[in-house]
Design a protein around this ligand. Structure first.
Ligand code: PGA
Ligand code: ZN
Length: 427
């Protein structure tokens, strides 16, 4: 039993050099810190990220959120038992009192929620992933299949009208570490090819560490080059493809403008169908905009059997929206981002709701990330089976992949890698 004896926060920087909140929770066991990530292509239904709107840091300072932790939140949770995650999260939700954490800020609340989780795991003398397993009610053993973003586009690369993320899924690997090696080697082969084709400007990077070659304007060309890189690395047939279209970003007035061409919903569905029949495209995220439910339902009826259709901006890790999606049959998978909802407990609730109806979920980073590897533990702690942590490069991405290497070692013989079965929850 470890009572919380201190809570404080400070303003630190994320991977884009933008301020974010770090919280610190103190118990007799030690001091536990957590840092909140931040998105660029954020969904309009996400919980509120409190920003100062002041003179410094281009109005993006978080001193108000930091003050909320240091005063209001600290006072309310000091003395609580650090292992009581749900109770502490509920105290903070109540204290905020708004449906979108607009008063205290989801960035303030989440930083404390994750730090409490780390303190709780230390108090129980458990690795963080194991402690999360207890909270979720599973015995952690499933290593996630990584979705590695090797070509960045859209808002993450300063490009308009283009697909945001092009990812490699090493589903033919036998273990997580082998899968990671496959995508790392393919990533480096891709770099060599891009450099040869387009020179230095072809290997510039986007926010998530993938290449952002502005010359590669067609999706089919990007897919072909990715598959060539995989082949050159020696893994032909062992790596599948995924995209995050982030379609809210290229949607206006009922039309989707992609690669300079306008599509209505039916045309875009045909476009996706064509891609899925020509390439090993097994997962499609945000194929339609965040409130275009009708098109999502249609897409699901066309492609939902063969392809994982993932709602990110559509669901924003929120049980109310996930429930709506389940009732409508709008998708078959949910992207999970802790800062879209703002507490560890509500994140687990969102996953439970999806898993109970047989939907898969993917634990995801944000484009603005930090050195915090909490989400790697969340992926294994829930036996989720999939993770999306960006390119296998740049420290804010690699820290998560590296944490998974440690967890795989810690699990030893018990570790299971789902491979082609990455959509089967809990395996
Ligand atoms: P974001 O992008 O963190 O900029 O929102 C990630 C995603 O859309 O999945
Ligand atoms: Zn997304």
């Amino acid at each position: 039993m470890s009572r919380i004896i201190g809570v404080k926060a400070r303003q630190v920087l994320d991977s884009r050099g933008t301020p974010t909140v770090e919280a610190e929770v103190k118990t007799l066991d030690g001091v536990y810190r957590a840092i909140v990530p931040s998105g660029a292509s954020t969904g309009v239904h996400e919980a509120v990220e409190l920003r100062d709107k002041g003179k410094h840091y281009f109005s993006a300072g978080v001193s108000k959120a930091v003050n909320n932790v240091n005063s209001i939140i600290a006072k309310a949770i000091k003395g609580q038992n650090s292992v009581s995650q749900k109770k502490i999260d509920e105290i903070m939700i109540k204290l905020d009192g708004t449906p979108n954490k607009g008063k205290l800020g989801a960035n303030a609340i989440l930083a404390v929620s994750m730090a409490v989780c780390k303190a709780g795991s230390a108090s129980k003398h458990l690795p963080l992933y194991d402690f999360i397993g207890k909270l979720y009610g599973v015995d952690p053993k499933v290593m996630p299949v990584p979705m590695c973003n090797v070509i960045n586009g859209g808002k993450h690369a300063g490009q308009e009208n283009s697909i945001q993320e092009h990812m490699l899924i090493p589903s033919g690997a036998k273990s997580y570490s082998e899968g990671l090696m496959m995508v790392v080697e393919s990533y480096h082969q891709l770099k060599v090819m891009l450099k040869k084709k387009y020179g230095a400007s072809g290997i510039l990077l986007g926010d998530e560490g993938g290449f952002a070659p502005k010359q590669l304007t067609k999706m089919e060309d990007r897919f072909s080059l990715m598959l060539k890189a995989v082949k050159k690395a020696g893994y032909d047939g062992k790596v599948d493809l995924a995209i995050d279209a982030a379609a809210s970003e290229f949607y206006a007035k009922g039309k989707y403008t992609l690669e300079g061409k306008k599509y209505d919903a039916d045309q875009l569905i045909r476009h996706y169908e064509k891609l899925a029949s020509k390439y090993p495209l097994v997962s499609l995220e945000d194929g339609f905009a965040e409130d275009d439910w009708k098109s999502w339902v249609k897409l699901n009826s066309h492609l939902g059997k063969e392809v994982q259709l993932v709602g990110d901006d559509l669901f924003v890790t929120n049980t109310l929206r996930i429930e709506e999606g389940i009732l409508k049959g709008a998708a078959n998978a949910v992207l999970i981002k802790v800062n879209q909802i703002g507490t560890v407990s509500e994140t687990l609730d969102a996953m439970k709701m999806a898993h109970e109806v047989g939907w898969s979920s993917i634990i995801s980073h944000r484009s603005g990330e930090t050195e915090d590897a909490f989400i790697a533990n969340l992926a294994v702690g829930t036996n989720d089976g999939q993770c999306k942590f960006g390119a296998p490069a740049r420290s804010e991405r690699v820290t998560k992949y590296n944490e998974l290497l440690y967890i795989e070692e810690d699990l030893g013989e018990k570790a299971v890698y789902p491979g082609k079965d990455f959509r089967k929850i809990g395996l």
